[in-house]
Design a protein around this ligand. Structure first.
Ligand SMILES: [Zn+2]
Length: 181
């Protein structure tokens, strides 16, 4: 049995590819049922991009506890480390009766691999998770903050143009506007 400090130490990945490998190794070694949902794009080194899932517990569980990472891609550097630590600590072996556990690694694998909050279409999967059947509330001041929260690139990524572009701003221009007054 390892302690929290030992579990956390070395669990935080340096990039998407390392994180994916660690997640698959850790979950498989602990008897998870895994599945892989591939992404049509490739990572910065040409690597496969995917959302991987690992499930523990009874098939007929009444409840399912979901621990996901990377809705905002770059934040998976932290969240995937926590998932790895939970696996090392044996969370999957401490489930109450009737509860199954599902780890979802990299909900937004493109954003994780390219160190962006948004996906390949520059869509923020959390902030844009709206009910489009109703009227959508608008906030007039939001456009001036978009270059700060969703810069066009955190690192070089393919020439693919976003389908839902935010106002055109160069990365340096965005940084200028993000400086404190
Ligand atoms: Zn977030």
């Amino acid at each position: 049995m390892i302690g929290h400090r030992e579990a956390l130490s070395g669990s935080f990945p340096v990039d998407y590819a390392a994180s994916r490998l660690a997640f698959l190794q850790l979950s498989s070694a602990r008897g998870a049922k895994t599945a892989c949902f591939t992404h049509p794009e490739r990572g910065p080194s040409g690597e496969l991009l995917a959302t991987d899932v690992a499930r523990f517990g009874p098939e007929d569980a009444e409840s399912l506890l979901i621990v996901s990472s990377g809705t905002h891609g770059i934040e998976a550097l932290c969240a995937a480390g926590i998932q790895a630590a939970l696996l090392k600590l044996g969370m999957q072996a401490k489930l109450p009766g009737g509860v199954a556990l599902l780890f979802v690694h990299a909900l937004n694998p493109y954003g994780f691999a390219y160190l962006r909050r948004t996906n390949e279409d520059n869509v923020d999967l959390n902030r844009n998770f709206l009910d489009h059947s109703g009227s959508i509330q608008t906030t007039p001041s939001i456009p001036k903050y978009i270059p700060c929260s969703c810069p066009k690139s955190g690192m070089a990524h393919p020439a693919r143009q976003p389908k839902h572009a935010s106002p055109a701003t160069s990365p340096s221009g965005a940084r200028e506007r993000c400086k404190p007054p």
